[in-house]
Design a protein around this ligand. Structure first.
Ligand code: TXA
Ligand code: MG
Length: 352
């Protein structure tokens, strides 16, 4: 596509300037593209009810047309503009988790263009909690369709710099509200199945959802086998992938760290540049090795917040291989494990 001029506007996270937000809202109403921060990752937004604007999202991201887009709302009343046959459980979950990092899949309203839902008769919706996102949706006065603001198959953006690295010249406005807080995308729950089903683990932990929905089913497809129709099309195997080989090691104690160290030594011996994404306490196992270490913090929440920027930073540092120590697989750790599994395209080593 022909490059367009990208306006970059810094905004205060809690109190974005009215003038800037009015301009961004006008761009949305005019059918343009605005990248904006949410509490999870940055989104690439357009008027969800304008088929041509939605088409521009797909073009800018180079996203395959069979991958539907989440609609972002400002309040629960707007649900009726995009969804029909809304079950009671949707309102219960909305009360508990909205605004927040939970996306619900519902039956689609005819007003939603088929392009947005990739011709599915369902639509994914959420109300984000980020003040800039809410302000933009309210100001625009229309629901905003927004996938993560990265090029297709790249790690999701958690800062405006990440957005610009992928989309400068392809988006009209980038609202720079600093780093996103959660760092991984929303949890997706499909309420159109006979049993409510998790399609993607994310910012809201499954343990919390199970308190409302004890029977919640779990069907994220980790690796797309190309044969089955994918219910959550974020299941294509090459996803969240930086431009380097990624190898993930799972397990808590010393065996995982010794395995990582052995892998690092093997790749160094082959003359490769090695990057490591580690939890803070792991660092001492790699002392003395000529590797690039990115410390992700001491908790799973910190690791989630730093995950995509860590992958991007090591890629920018031009490493050949990124070795990652996965966190424990519970809470937000499930979402991290899911994203790592996709980034590693199946190269996972279990040490437990
Ligand atoms: O946190 C988030 O969810 C971020 C922010 C920007 O809100 N958005 C996001 O969008 O992660 P995206 O497009 O990168 O991922 C949305 C996922 C895709 O895997 C898509 O296939 C799935 O949601 N999805 C969208 N509509 C769907 C539908 N009707 N049924 C099943 N899956 C759907
Ligand atoms: Mg995405």
């Amino acid at each position: 596509m022909e490059p367009i001029e990208t306006l970059i506007a810094a905004v205060d996270r809690l109190d974005p300037a009215a003038e800037t937000m009015a301009l961004a809202a006008q761009v949305i109403r005019d059918g343009g593209l605005v990248a904006f921060p949410t509490e999870t990752v940055y989104g690439l937004g357009a008027n969800a009810l304008d088929e041509q604007a939605v088409a521009r999202i797909f073009e800018a991201k180079q996203r395959p047309p069979n991958d539907p887009i989440i609609v972002h709302l400002a309040d629960v009343e707007q649900l009726h503009d995009v969804a029909i046959d809304i079950p009671a459980i949707a309102y219960k979950l909305a009360t508990a988790y909205w605004p927040g990092a939970l996306t619900l899949v519902l039956r689609k309203h005819p007003a939603v263009p088929p392009k947005l839902t990739a011709n599915n008769d369902t639509v994914a919706v959420r109300i984000p909690s980020h003040p800039v996102a809410l302000n933009l949706i309210q100001g625009a006065g229309v629901p905003i369709g927004a996938p993560s603001a990265n090029r297709f198959s790249r790690p999701s953006p958690t800062s405006a710099l990440h957005v610009l690295a992928d989309l400068q010249g392809r988006v009209d406005v980038v609202l720079d509200g600093g780093n996103t807080l959660i760092g991984v995308e929303s949890t997706i729950v499909d309420l159109t199945q006979p049993v409510p089903t998790v399609l993607r683990p994310g910012g809201v932990p499954l343990e919390a959802l199970r308190r409302q929905l004890p029977g919640l089913a779990w069907r994220p497809l980790f690796i797309h086998d190309g044969a089955a129709a994918a219910p959550a099309p974020g299941t294509l195997s090459k996803h969240y992938a930086p431009d380097a080989q990624v190898i993930v090691v799972r397990g808590n104690g010393e065996p995982a760290l010794l395995k990582l160290r052995t892998l690092a030594e093997q790749h160094l011996a082959q003359g490769q540049q090695v990057g490591l994404l580690l939890q803070d306490a792991d660092a001492l196992y790699f002392e003395g090795l000529p590797v690039q270490v990115m410390l992700m913090g001491a908790t799973s929440a910190a690791m989630a917040a730093n995950l995509f920027s860590g992958l991007r930073a090591l890629e920018t540092a031009d490493v050949d291989v990124i070795l990652v120590h996965a966190p424990q697989q519970d809470g937000i750790g499930l979402a991290i494990g899911d994203r790592l599994q996709r980034a590693a395209q199946g190269q996972i080593i279990d040490t437990e």
